[in-house]
Design a protein around this ligand. Structure first.
Ligand SMILES: [Zn+2]
Length: 231
């Protein structure tokens, strides 16, 4: 180990195991069950030192929302302004205004995350309404849309529950990326798996799906290359 990493420790009630993530080249985030003694955490870090240092840096969206100066919304980098008052967040075309009763990072993070979820879901519903007008097969299609930050997937579809999950990270990418994930997941309401029939239906909902997928992956790399504070 060239340099001793900074270690941030978070204790969570629901957690059963010690989980170590690298949030920066020299920073580790350790989350552990509430009553884990420090010596146990140290032991885990020591035992797995080599593997831990070789972990890829994972973006942490939750850190990115701790009172940022700017935030990227659908590809546009917007300045964020802060005011004191009853909770309210406005996401306008040229700025974000956060009104918060408290000036601490955790309160602001929660307000921003809720506002981003709302913004993503509102945009998705508008898109879905437009698609339903264009495609008669979608007319009776009313999935529930959910969103949260995840590190694994852009979207997933639960056909049995008529539910589509979207990665909240999409609120930061150009809106075309959301369109493309939306089309992919809505197609799964008709066809499970990635068969030929799936791609035929996807091409109906998103004729540019091949180019859009490449775009999505490229943006994903751009935004997530360093760490989440850059988004
Ligand atoms: Zn799929």
């Amino acid at each position: 180990m060239n340099r001793t990493p900074e270690i941030e420790i978070i204790r969570r009630k629901q957690q059963k195991r010690i989980i170590v993530r690298k949030t920066d080249k020299h920073r580790l985030r350790v989350s552990a069950p509430v009553r884990t003694p420090m010596r146990e955490i140290r032991k885990v870090l020591k035992t797995y030192e080599e593997q831990i240092m070789n972990l890829p840096v994972k973006p942490d969206f939750h850190i990115a929302l701790r009172k940022p100066k700017t935030l990227t919304i659908f590809g546009a980098r917007l300045p964020v302004f802060y005011q004191n008052g009853p909770s309210d967040v406005t996401i306008a075309a040229d700025r974000i205004v956060v009104v918060s009763p408290k000036d601490d990072a955790a309160t602001i993070k929660n307000l921003l995350e809720q506002a981003l979820k709302h913004h993503l879901l509102k945009t998705t519903h508008t898109l879905h309404d437009k698609m339903r007008q264009q495609h008669p097969e979608l007319e009776k299609c009313h999935p529930d849309f959910y969103t949260r930050y995840t590190l694994s997937r852009f979207g997933s579809c639960n056909k049995a529950k008529n539910r589509i999950n979207l990665n909240l990270a999409l609120v930061h990418y150009p809106v075309q990326c959301l369109h493309s994930v939306y089309a992919h997941e809505v197609t799964h309401l008709f066809v499970a798996g990635h068969s030929r029939a799936f791609y035929e239906q996807l091409a109906v909902f998103d004729p540019e799906y091949k180019a859009n997928k490449l775009n999505l992956e490229a943006y994903h790399r751009i935004y997530l290359r360093d760490n989440a504070t850059s988004i």
